[in-house]
Design a protein around this ligand. Sequence first.
Ligand code: 13P
Ligand code: 13P
Ligand code: MG
Ligand code: MG
Length: 365
Amino acid sequence: MEITVTAIKADIGGVGGHLAPSKAVLSCVAETVDRQGRGMIIDHFIGHTGDDIAILLTHDRDVGNDDVHRLAWDAFTAGTAVAKKQGLYGAGQDLLKDAFSGNIRGLGPAVAEMNFDERENEPFLMFTADKTEPGAYNLPLYLAFADPMYNPGLLLSPAVGQGFTFRVMDVEYTKGDRMIELSTPEDAYDLASLLRDNGRFVVESIRSRADGEQAVSCCTTRLRNIAGKYVGKDDPVMLVRTQKTFPATGEVLAPFEIGHLVAGFMRGSHTGPLMPVKAGTGVSFFDGPPIVCCLAFSLQNGKLTEPIDPFDHPYWDWVRHNVARKAHDIRAQGFSGAAMLPYSDLEYGGITERMERLEQQFQCR
Ligand code: 13P
Ligand code: 13P
Ligand code: MG
Ligand code: MG
């Protein structure tokens, strides 16, 4: 059976700052999806990560479907009205356009979706991150799909060992979707050369070379490219199908123990470690640290099981402890050097104005 899984995520306002959505906003989004989605979608799940709300939908209408995207847009619009009424901070933050225009891509919310022939058993993961950018998934995806140090399946499973094809987008290019396809293992060094630059090159999808099936869909939205100025970080959502010809669930999760340094954190303008957290976790320290949640599902005829939270486990408590230490270490140097993003990536115009003023004050001795 052909099934589409669509994950759409938006920040429509936070209680007490950029921390977490209110219960009223969450239930308004859930009620709207439940009511308006009847007869259109097969199943749904609503959750939040930091101040972002994720809507997960299953249906049979393929990717980029107008009605399915409109459903998410309407749910976020209804939620925004509640957020405004409650005085939430940044109400409607990620809804960058006034009206829906056929596809939610380019309007602000982050989208990841895949259409596939459902396997006999269909395990998949939804990753949602807050206070970071889409390139935050580059390293974990490279390690899970192309490095036998993290994915022993590349050595042990003949299907997984045939490698994967990565489709990568140049997200700095604004005139269209500038794409490249690279296949591992033979293109591994070329791929790493692109993926080192999380702010510019972002993995959009990954396919198995054994059967051509899609394993990964990752959002590539850059809010700045839509709004022309800083309006919040591009907190990304990602879907990953696992097992059989794909990496095992544990192989996909393993690289997240690194807590690698990503762009985001306070005012979207700093470097901080990506902390794997339990579902429903808000943000706190320095509007961060950057966080990532994972929910695991199984699918049968488009029906979702209840989610399992793989980061809700004693092993990840130890990881979080280490990542917190890493966050503390980089925060100890405040605005200096690598702790704050370079000018080109700074999300605030204020410092540019300051630098322009100082330029005038410089004198050559
Ligand atoms: P499969 O044999 O179903 O791919 O499972 C392997 C596995 O999960 C080992 O971690
Ligand atoms: P969000 O994009 O999650 O709203 O974060 C914005 C911010 O500036 C946090 O300090
Ligand atoms: Mg916010
Ligand atoms: Mg956010």
